[in-house]
Structures are given as C-alpha cells and as structure tokens.
Design a binder for this molecule. Sequence first.
Ligand code: NAI
Ligand code: MG
Length: 363
Amino acid sequence: MKKFKVAVIAGDGIGPEVINEGIKVLKEIANLSKEFTIDFNYFPWGCEYYLKNGKMMDDNGIDQLKNYDAIYLGAVGYPGVPDHISLWDLLLRIRKEFDQYVNIRPITLMQGTQNVLSEAKREDIDMLFIRENSEGEYAGAGDWLFKGQPEEVVLQTGVFSRKGTERIIRYAFETSRKLGKSLTSISKGNALNYSMVFWDQIFEEVSKEYPDVKTYSYLVDAASMFMIKQPQRFEVVVTSNLFGDILTDLGAALAGGLGLAAGANINPERTYPSMFEPIHGSAPDIAGKGVANPLAAIWSASQMMEFFGYKELAQNILKAIESLLIEGKVLTPDMGGKASTSEVGDQIIKMLAQIIEQSRTQV
Ligand code: NAI
Ligand code: MG
C-alpha cells in the first residue's frame, strides 16, 4: 500500500482548529479508499514558538521538511509578533526555499452558497487563479535608507525574471489547454512600465506556442471591476504575486467568503514538497471559540489528494462540501449557521462516506 508523509504546520489562531478537521477528512479518505495511508507529523512552529525561541521555525526547519510528500499549513500570524516577521520567516520562506512557484486558487461558486452577487449563477463564477508565487512584488528586494531621518527613503523592488515569468505563464497555458478553457492574463503595463510591460511581452510570446488556447489580457483595475460585473469572463487566470494575492480575496468574497477559499503552493517538478493551505489568516478575532469555518482547510485537503494523483477522491471531497452547503443545516456562523468547527468536519465525513458508497454501487 502506498504511504504518504505529510508535515503539519497548524500554526496560530484558528489554524490548528481548521487543520484538525482537514486531517480528520484526510484520514477518513485514506480509510475509505484502502489504497494508501497518510502519516502526519506535527511541527509546533508559529508565533507561540517565536515568542519562546525568538524564531518562527527551527534553523534547520527547511531540511526537516524536505523529505515530506506535502506540507499542510493552517495559518501563521498573531498579535504580539509583527506580521512581516511571521509571514516572511515561515510561510514565504517555505514557498521560496521549496520553489513553490505556482499558487493555485480555485474560485468556484458552489450550489447552496450565499452569494453576494444576486444575479450570479454557479456557472458564472468558476475561475482558476494561477498566481506567481516565487518572485514579483514579493521578492523581498529593496532597501531602507536613512532610517528615521528626514531624508528617509524606502525601496520595494519588484523582481520579474524571464525564467520566473515564463514558467508561470507556461504552466497556466498548459492548465488551460488541459481543461479546454480560455486563459486571461492580468497585469498593469500602463503604469508599471518595466515589470508589467515585460510580463505582457512574455505572455504574448508564450501564447504563440498555444494557438489552441483563447487568450485575454486585462489591466488589474479593469479586471477587478469585471470580476464583479461579469465574472463569467474569467476561466483560467494567470497573474503576478501581489495582484493574485489581492484578487483571490476578492474572488473568495464572490464565492462564499474566506471560510471557503483554498490555495495550493505547488512545486511542479516535485523536487521539493508542495504546500496546501486555506488562504485565510489566523483570525485572532474568533480564535479559540470553536466557530472557525473549516471548509477552506478541507478544500485544500482535496487539492492535496489531487496532487497525490487521486482525482476522483479529490472530487468527492468537493462534492461533500457542496452537499453540505446545499443542505444548509450544518454551517459555521460566518455562513449564517450555528454549528461548531468540528460539527462541520463530522458532517463532511458523513457525506463523504455516502458519496463514496454511492459511487461504488454505481460501477
Ligand atoms: P484573516 O483571514 O485572519 O481574517 C479576516 C476576517 O475573516 C476576520 O474577521 C476573520 O474572523 C474572518 N475569517 C477568516 N477565516 C475564517 C474562517 N475560516 N472562518 C470564519 N471566519 C474567518 O485576516 P487578517 O485578520 O487580516 O489577519 C490575521 C492574521 O493572519 C495576521 O497576523 C495576518 O498576517 C495573518 N495571515 C496569515 C495568512 C497565512 O498564514 N496564509 C494569510 C492572511 C493573513
Ligand atoms: Mg492573502
């Protein structure tokens, strides 16, 4: 039997609460499938660890993680530790060191989800964001000169390499071709006269290799407007690190809120482990109350299954989420319900068992 090793960094705030439910689901999936087992190994890294040890993770943390098949991350960040430290010293460090240069964020309106756009139907909101995840505006390049003096200057430099830009755009074209969907590039060449002109040029160049893929190109400001007014324009979307970060929170709001939005940080070559996480943060305002929505964490568990090669099981997890939303009885308060985090996890497991049972009796 195949055996997967998953490193769990549950992190801070609601991170451990939602990750627990995702692990419950993954264990159940392994159980029901009888094709593989998953070993979970927990790492206590995060802000609490920082306050005790002065660092977000062990010095050799990257070495400790490198032989896992995947990393399952809750969220990091908590009042008491500056956000740029918690983000850079753990999350961004892992993304960079493991060259997880593709960030896949599905924005799909499930049936049964309360929808902020009253006219939008399920098929109108079904986008796959492919965000550059290794450089761009989050390259961490810059300087802070004359700190505290009247002539103080800060520089935050966007870094767009040919290799980095080409590979993400090519990945997006491959994905569009595989799915038979159009590809939209979102950039800002009119104002960012080096980086985004370059981005647009590379998009144009690579598109010549994919004459079968229909393409669109929007400026990021217009794209934000279209995401609300005409979301059906977007199928597969490729964009830079910063724009992808911002637009996928907007997308999350379109598709039912942050409690549902998942993200996979992928190293396509599989040289290093990939990392799966809900895109929300540690939500200190609701932490410890047992009311956090675990569906985003569970959705990212589905992305992990797909990455491991179990597409049907991954689909079944999404079907269970959709059944739960359609039924509308066991929901956390952010979705208008009264259920606790673990009640939602338990209900997903029940539905999953039914769905897998049904698919077995059908064949
Ligand atoms: P946040 O995503 O933690 O929370 C924003 C709002 O959404 C809050 O009102 C929160 O209660 C709600 N929310 C988020 N996830 C929810 C869930 N699963 N169920 C129900 N409600 C949910 O973003 P915020 O407040 O800006 O950041 C809090 C901390 O998290 C900061 O330290 C930030 O740096 C960190 N952060 C970490 C991320 C990561 O680890 N990937 C991503 C974003 C923020
Ligand atoms: Mg974000």
